[in-house]
Design a protein around this ligand. Structure first.
Ligand SMILES: [Zn+2]
Ligand SMILES: [Zn+2]
Length: 361
């Protein structure tokens, strides 16, 4: 029995094929408005600077510094912004890419562009390199056109770009189809039951018949016809189709794993940076504390020395006073005794004289 004789597997292949038709129905729409968005960004540049943009091919994801100041980062997660790691970065020498970087951030619905897929050297000349900033996943660096981008990528660009999302009435429908795409492409069993397949196709048709623009778009309506045929089982599914869909799904799985690994690497990198920051902060606080303590010890030593000097000076003064007092007392005592002795001697003399007088009588 061929794999395609298993209805669950066959319906998985049909659901994967429905994504291919969806992509065929929306890529020219996304391309058209991505082109318009690029022109509008160039106009915003003129409004902001007062002069037309100059072409630049010197800036890369490694050397470009955004225009916004680091302490007022405009990106949702500063850790993902070029300003987060300033080493080796400088503002655009042609006064273009740094300003354009900020305009790209502002045009993202969550101010959270993904820079890994884009090449800033092409920002001036290639509208698709700007559109790629609004993708949600990695793996599109080599995909240079809308036609070369899968349904998931195109849906992300519609959801994330504030200008392009204005050309659809229901972003909610787009989000639902993006979730459907993930269910199909990340299916481990490669099985889909028929009612799910029908539901997937109906949701895709809702997107392709969005009343704002797509309902009148020829490519989108051709895709609707193909999807309806697919639903009615009027499209022959070959072994080659099955092989191609499976290959796409496996590739999507690989990209998912790569993305997880990259996210893990980024998380480790962020933790390392944070750890270093904390370490440096602790070191600097410790140094500061040590400095303060040294200052305190020095001040205390000076204070104690001053106190000691004062004490010694007071002690010396007291000793001097005591010595002076003692000398005065000694002098007084000496003078007193001397006067007493004199008095006594005088009295003895007087008495002697009196006695001599009496004897003469
Ligand atoms: Zn920033
Ligand atoms: Zn530049």
């Amino acid at each position: 029995m061929s794999d395609l004789e298993d209805p669950l597997y066959k319906d998985w292949v049909r659901s994967a094929l429905s994504l291919k038709y969806l992509k065929e129905g929306i890529y020219s729409f996304v391309d058209q408005f991505a082109k318009q968005h690029h022109s509008n960004l160039l106009l915003s540049y003129i409004k902001g600077t007062g002069s037309p943009a100059t072409s630049c091919t010197e800036c890369t994801s490694e050397n470009l510094m955004p225009d916004h100041p680091r302490h007022r980062c405009i990106q949702k997660f500063r850790s993902k912004c070029f300003c987060n790691n300033p080493v080796g970065r400088r503002k655009c020498p042609n006064n273009f890419c740094s300003r354009f970087y900020d305009l790209i951030v502002i045009a993202h619905d969550e101010r959270n562009p993904l820079w890994i897929n884009t090449d800033p050297r092409k920002w001036y000349s290639d509208h698709w390199e700007i559109a790629k900033c609004y993708l949600s996943t990695t793996g599109y660096s080599e995909h240079g056109t809308a036609a070369d981008t899968d349904a998931a990528g195109l849906l992300s660009i519609i959801i994330n770009n504030i200008e392009i999302r204005n050309y659809v009435c229901s972003i909610d429908n787009i989000r639902k189809v993006r979730d459907i795409r993930n269910d199909i492409m990340h299916s481990k069993s490669f099985q889909v039951d028929q009612s799910s397949l029908y539901q997937y196709i109906e949701q895709m048709i809702l997107v392709l018949q969005d009343p704002k623009i797509l309902v009148t778009d020829v490519a989108a309506q051709n895709a609707v016809l193909k999807l309806e045929k697919l639903k009615r089982d009027q499209i022959f599914i070959s072994v080659e189709d099955a092989y191609e869909m499976r290959r796409h799904a496996l590739k999507a799985g690989e990209d998912g794993v790569k993305k997880i690994e990259k996210t893990k690497d980024e998380a480790i990198q962020q933790m390392e940076t944070k750890r270093k920051e904390i370490h440096d902060d602790l070191d600097s606080r410790f140094d500061q504390r040590l400095l303060e303590q040294n200052k305190e010890i020095k001040a205390e030593t000076i204070r104690m020395q001053t106190e000691k000097n004062e004490f010694e000076s007071r002690y010396q003064t007291a000793v001097n006073e005591i010595e002076t007092k003692g000398k005065q007392i000694t002098d007084n005592i000496d003078a007193y005794f001397e006067s007493r002795v004199n008095d006594h001697e005088n009295k003895v003399d007087d008495q002697s004289k009196e006695i001599s007088g009496c004897l003469k009588l």
